[in-house]
Design a protein around this ligand. Structure first.
Ligand SMILES: C[S@@+](CC[C@H](N)C(=O)[O-])C[C@H]1O[C@@H](n2cnc3c(N)ncnc32)[C@H](O)[C@@H]1O
Length: 213
């Protein structure tokens, strides 16, 4: 998934603020107990999300794809005093676990979990967002962008994870590979959408950072 050589990543992590104790425990717990732990953002990307959040100082954050709550806790780092993070997760079995870590991070008053399908929940959220993190099912990235673009404030940010998809976006995908196909379409769509300016950062599996114009 990482494009940068391991020793460079190690050096970058060694020269990046460490994870908080809660995030370190959450990271360790996820790798020890859950399937597909690599879905979790991790140290370097997590610190980057926190840094973005602290730069933006958002009042309302939306996350699509909570998993064990790692990126949600990172994205909450810069919330304004009355700020909230809304996070959507389809797998209800994760609720108990992720809420344990959200509480340990003292975020239970700022964190609103929505269990269900993102496409059904997003239209029901009656809010404008300063920061949106898209990190759920890749085949729906285009649909999520369309659902949220009018709900992002002018000057607000959308960040989409995994847009390099281990480099597969540079290949001609197999007909059955709907995820790669969707991510290629998503990257092209963003590039041609005059409502946003964007930068694709090749950190971890690729972050598309978009700013609404
Ligand atoms: C890559 S993981 C999220 C990782 C998390 N953002 C992090 O960095 O720690 C994707 C999550 O999206 C959830 N998901 C997949 N499809 C979804 C959908 N249609 N609606 C809501 N959540 C969905 C999955 O159950 C999974 O937990």
């Amino acid at each position: 998934m990482d494009f940068i050589p391991e020793h460079i990543i190690d050096y970058a992590e060694a020269h990046t603020t460490p994870e908080t104790e809660v995030l370190k425990n959450l990271n360790r717990y996820t790798y020890a107990n859950l399937l597909m732990p690599r879905m979790l953002s991790g140290h370097l990307q997590g610190r980057m999300l926190s840094m973005f959040s602290k730069m933006i100082k958002p009042t309302n954050v939306l996350e699509i794809g909570t998993f064990t709550g790692y990126s949600a806790i990172c994205l909450a780092a810069g919330l304004s005093d009355n700020g909230e993070i809304h996070s959507i997760e389809v797998n209800e079995e994760l609720e108990h676990l992720l809420m344990r870590f959200v509480k340990e991070a003292n975020l239970e008053n700022k964190f609103k979990l929505h269990i269900g399908e993102a496409h059904a929940i997003i239209p029901a959220l009656n809010k404008q967002f300063d920061l949106v993190f898209i990190d759920a099912d890749k085949e729906n990235y285009n649909a999520y962008f369309d659902l949220i673009i009018d709900r992002v404030v002018k000057g607000g940010f959308i960040i989409a994870d995994n847009v390099l998809w281990s480099g597969k976006v540079l290949t001609i995908p197999d007909k059955k590979d709907v995820e790669t196909k969707a991510l290629i379409e998503f990257n092209n769509k963003v590039m041609n959408d005059e409502r946003v300016e964007n930068v694709l950062i090749p950190v971890r599996d690729g972050l598309m950072v978009m700013r609404k114009l």
